[in-house]
Write a protein that binds this ligand. Structure first.
Ligand SMILES: *Cc1c(COP(=O)(O)O)cnc(C)c1O
Length: 354
C-alpha cells in the first residue's frame, strides 16, 4: 500500500489526559487529544489534517443532520505486553466501512488516508492507549454528508473524521435479553449490514421498552416471520448447542461482525465444530428446555463477548446454565486476548503493530 506523505498536524497546547481516571474508565466518556479531519469537496478528497479534538462547524442544513447519510466504524487499538500498540484487523474494518458507505451512496475515503490517519493519530495520542487487561483505545472513524442543502438528495460533500478514546472492558456480568417479535432492526433489502446511523436510532425505542421490562438487550428476529434469530442488540449472537458453535448466517440484515469472524476462526482452530445457519426461536426454546443449549452470547468489538443468562421467549424467562472459566465463550475471548497482547503468535495477521 502506498502511504501518503505525513499528514499535517496541529498539536494541542492543553492535553486533557490528566483528567482521565484510567482505573475507572467508562465506555464513551473520554476522547483523546486529537482528531483527524478530511473533507470531500469539488469532487475530491482534500488534504487530511490532524487537529486538537474540538467541536465542528456545520451548516444546520447539512444533509447528514436530516436524511441520515452517516456511516461509522468501531475498532480498537491494544497495548501489547511489550508496550507496543496494535490495531486489530484494520483492513477488515476498512473493507466494511467501504461497503457501508457504498450502500448509503457516500464517498469513500481512500485507504491510504484511513490507514495513515489512524497510525499518525494513535502515534500522537499513544499515551491514551490504556494498558489494563481488557481495556483499549476505541477508534471511531466516520463519514457524514456535510453539504449545506435542505432538499432530499445525495450529498456532494462529505467530512471524514477519526477520533479515539480509552475504554474499559464491558459486560463482565451475564445479561438478560428478550426475543423481540414485534419490532425489527433490519429487513431483507435494507441497510442492516451497514453501520449507518439510522439502524441504531431505529433500535432505541424497542430497546428502551425491553429495558423497562428488566432486560439489557433485545434479541432481534427476522423481519418477515419473526421466527429466526438475527442479532443481539448491537452485537452478533452466538450459541453453543450440542457442543457446536452456532450463529446465524450473514445476510443483508445481519452486520458482518469482525469479532464474530474472529471467534469462529478461533473455535475451528481449537477443534470446535461451527455452523453458520438459521437459528429459529423454536429451536432455541427447545434447546434451552432440554439442556442441549449450554451457552449464548453477544459478540462485538465493544464487549468482545457478552454472556447471556436469561432469554425471554414469548413472555417466558428461560434461564441458561451458569458460566464458568471452562465455557467456550471465555476460552475464545482469552484466545483473542493472547493474540492481541502478543503472548501468542498472530497466526492470521490480525494485529497491525505500530
Ligand atoms: C458493529 C456491530 C456488530 C459487531 O461488529 P464487530 O465488528 O464485531 O464490532 C454487530 N452488530 C451490529 C448491529 C453492529 O453495529
Amino acid at each position: 500500500m502506498e502511504l501518503t506523505a505525513t499528514i499535517p498536524i496541529r498539536k494541542t497546547t492543553h492535553s486533557r489526559i490528566s483528567e482521565v481516571d484510567f482505573d475507572n474508565l467508562e465506555f464513551g466518556k473520554y476522547v483523546s487529544d486529537h482528531m483527524l479531519v478530511c473533507d470531500y469537496t469539488n469532487g475530491a478528497w482534500q488534504t487530511p489534517q490532524i487537529l486538537p479534538y474540538s467541536n465542528l462547524s456545520l451548516a444546520p442544513s447539512a444533509l447528514a443532520l436530516h436524511y441520515g447519510q452517516t456511516v461509522f466504524e468501531g475498532m480498537k487499538a491494544f497495548r501489547m505486553d511489550d508496550g507496543r500498540i496494535n490495531i486489530f484487523r484494520m483492513e477488515r474494518h476498512y473493507e466494511r466501512f467501504v461497503r457501508s458507505l457504498e450502500r448509503m451512496c457516500m464517498q469513500v475515503p481512500p485507504k491510504e488516508i484511513f490507514v495513515e490517519g489512524l497510525l499518525q493519530l494513535i502515534g500522537l495520542d499513544k499515551a491514551w492507549v490504556p494498558s489494563r487487561p481488557g481495556s483499549a483505545l476505541y477508534l471511531r472513524p466516520f463519514v457524514i454528508a456535510s453539504e449545506a442543502r435542505f432538499g432530499v438528495k445525495i450529498s456532494d460533500e462529505y467530512r471524514f473524521i477519526i477520533f479515539t478514546g480509552p475504554v474499559p472492558s464491558l459486560y463482565d456480568q451475564p445479561i438478560k435479553v428478550k426475543v423481540e417479535t414485534n419490532y425489527i432492526r433490519a429487513a431483507k433489502g435494507g441497510t442492516g449490514f451497514a453501520k449507518c446511523g439510522g439502524n441504531y436510532g431505529g433500535a432505541y425505542y424497542p430497546t428502551r421498552q425491553a429495558r423497562m421490562e428488566g432486560y439489557d438487550q433485545v434479541l432481534w428476529t427476522d423481519a418477515k416471520e419473526n421466527k429466526f434469530i438475527e442479532e443481539s442488540g448491537m452485537m452478533n449472537v452466538m450459541f453453543v448447542i450440542n457442543d457446536t458453535l452456532v450463529t446465524p448466517p450473514l445476510s443483508d440484515s445481519i452486520l458482518d461482525g469482525i469479532t464474530r469472524d474472529s471467534l469462529l476462526t478461533l473455535a475451528r482452530e481449537v477443534g470446535y465444530k461451527t455452523e453458520e445457519r438459521p437459528v429459529s426461536v423454536a429451536e432455541l426454546e427447545k434447546a434451552i428446555g432440554d439442556g442441549t443449549l449450554t451457552e449464548a452470547f453477544g459478540a462485538g468489538t465493544a464487549a468482545v463477548v457478552a454472556p447471556i443468562k436469561t432469554i425471554n421467549i414469548n413472555g417466558i424467562d428461560m434461564q441458561l446454565p451458569e458460566y464458568g472459566p471452562g465455557n467456550l465463550l471465555y476460552k475464545l475471548k482469552h484466545g483473542l486476548e493472547l493474540i492481541r497482547s502478543g503472548q501468542e503468535p498472530d497466526r492470521h495477521e490480525w494485529n497491525f503493530v505500530l
